[in-house]
Design a protein around this ligand. Structure first.
Ligand code: COA
Length: 282
């Protein structure tokens, strides 16, 4: 794409900012997750990329280590609490610590609430909400033992006002917000900072797949529009005039993982070019 969303942001953080840190990024092999993994590794962290799909792991690992940065991979479905605990324990045993957990794994799709099957509801809520809790709970003893850590989870803005065909995802992300605030307070004595980021529209392949509405739903398919239409949408509907990029979200994660995030906990950062506020203003 030729619009500004495709342009790389210049480096804004000090080289080696996260040197010595160990980060676990769920869903870190593609899209926004890969953007986060890449930036953390660029800044000196050892990034453990977790994904359900082995093919995502291989390409992400090659991309990051090919640029001379440190990363490793692990296959993980965040819906399986025993496997989550085993993976977290393995990472801690191998690296001696886990400084940062990024709960990026998510699964969403448009579907009418009236006919959403129990399994469809469960699939999304289990990935987005249960998975976030399982991972947070698994890193807790390690972070508590080492004197602190950071957890950054992925939220959204669609539940701020309700969003048709997304009952499962909006309910799950509202839960992620609640969990973020509660864990922030509960785990502050252990110096575990717990925050979330609510990304705006970022046209990655996964987001495009997740946000393709059924043909007869009346919900506009923004991401399938021709390039010039997408650019026009950005100009008219996103106050800052462009689509987001994985780097926009990664920059916020890096900030929160750095010493600049020391006094920040329980916050949910909307990173969306002003989109949801502008939508709300109408
Ligand atoms: N509309 C309605 N129901 C759907 C659906 C859709 N688009 N996609 C999946 N489901 C239902 C399935 O029919 C199934 O329910 P059933 O057993 O009653 O038929 C249930 O959800 C689980 O489906 P399954 O394919 O087994 O799920 P999964 O656990 O392998 O994967 C997702 C679930 C959400 C990860 C998968 O749908 C997906 O890949 N989504 C797009 C990628 C994505 O969401 N990325 C995140 C970007 S924000």
């Amino acid at each position: 794409m030729s619009h500004p969303a495709a342009e790389p942001t210049p480096a804004v953080f000090a080289p080696g900012l996260l040197a010595g840190q160990v980060a676990l990024v769920t869903g870190g092999g593609t899209g926004i997750g890969l953007g986060i993994s890449s930036l953390l590794a660029e800044l000196g962290a050892h990034v453990v990329i977790a994904s359900r799909k082995p093919q995502h792991l291989e390409t992400a690992l090659a991309e990051i280590t090919g640029r001379g940065h440190r990363a490793s991979v692990v296959q993980l479905d965040v819906r399986d609490p025993e496997r989550v605990r085993a993976v977290v324990d393995e990472v801690a045993a191998e690296h001696g610590r886990i400084d940062l957990l990024v709960n990026n794994a998510a699964g969403n799709f448009y579907a009418p609430s009236a006919t959403l099957s129990p399994n469809a509801w469960k699939a999304v809520v289990e990935i987005d909400l249960y998975g976030t809790f399982y991972c947070a709970q698994a890193v807790y003893p390690i972070m508590a033992r080492q004197g602190g850590g950071r957890i950054v989870s992925t939220s959204m803005t669609l539940h701020y006002r309700g969003w048709p065909l997304m009952a499962h995802a909006t309910a799950a992300k509202a839960g992620v917000d609640a969990l973020t605030r509660t864990l922030a307070v509960e785990w502050a004595p252990q110096r575990i900072r717990v925050n979330a980021i609510a990304p705006g529209p970022i046209p990655t392949e996964g987001v495009r797949k997740a946000f393709t509405p059924p043909a007869d739903s009346g919900v506009p398919d923004l991401f399938a529009a021709a390039e010039e239409k997408m650019a026009a949408y950005a100009q008219t509907s996103i106050p800052l005039g462009r689509w987001g990029t994985p780097r926009d979200i990664a920059n916020m994660v890096a900030f929160l993982a750095s010493p600049a995030g020391d006094w920040i906990t329980g916050a949910i950062f909307v990173v969306d070019g002003g989109e949801w506020l502008a939508k709300n203003a109408g």
